[in-house]
Ligand binder design. Sequence first.
Ligand code: UTP
Length: 298
Amino acid sequence: MTRVTKAVVPAAGLGTRFLPATKATPKEMLPVVDKPAIQYVVEEAVRAGLDDVLMVTGRNKRPLEDHFDRNVELELALEAKGDTAKLDAVRASTDMATVHYVRQGDPRGLGHAVLCAAEHVGNEPFAVLLGDDLIDERDHLLERMLEVQAARGGSVIALMEVPAETISLYGCVAAEKTEEEDVVAVGDLVEKPPVDEAPSNLAILGRYVLHPAVFEVLRHTAPGRGGEIQLTDALRTLATMPPQQGGGVSGVIFSGRRYDTGDRLDYIKAVVRLAAERDDLGPALRAWLGEFVAEQGH
Ligand code: UTP
């Protein structure tokens, strides 16, 4: 199998959990401190060596395209002011990767969004990164997944242990241990199962390294939960297919730092945590947070 070079970033969802903020703005553009969530995701792909990025966009695609394009007027104004720090920040999102776009006419589910990437990806394994999930840059999840895909073939998904009572919020897997501590062989997958029917407490995270066989499977995957074409359902089929047909699904168990920015409370936590760790904002924010918490206690 060829080396993975392409990343697909689905960003065409409706973002209903974040309305009305997402009425005219994709949720992937919501700022996490001072960068839109999607920029963290593209930076992560580039760090892992994937600098060909395909974004699957929907009706609100303009802000996404503009963010990764030049803004000549703004650059000239910053240049005239001699503000090189801000100029570098503005140019960073343009220079870091080659970003392509494909439109998903109707948001018919994550599986359908991935299928929209078929032509661009071709017959190579590729990564899928969801803009909702921010993985801390100190934790190298995607690099590890690429390593596992190169060694084992098939497809690789990212898993995280969650408290059993919260598993119905996630896709979930039935999996068996392998000789590697952080790798499991996935036998079955189910999207958002009721707590008493969940096969484990291993939840699926928004990072995938997929075999191109997934496209043919997706073409034949009927709408599932919520009337959407679910990537989880296609992975379920891949898990039962023989390796010579591109089947087999491995899971990498992630125990690092991850922020779910598609959920309002987690989004706020992510902003506070990332800002508190920064050199420029951290000291003042931490001091204020201390006072604020003390105040709430009264
Ligand atoms: P979510 O399941 O979080 O759906 O999508 P959503 O519509 O964006 O958000 P909520 O639940 O209504 O708040 C997971 C990822 O898949 C993309 C989304 O943009 C998000 O990155 N997606 C989802 C698509 O690109 N197309 C779709 O049809 C559905």
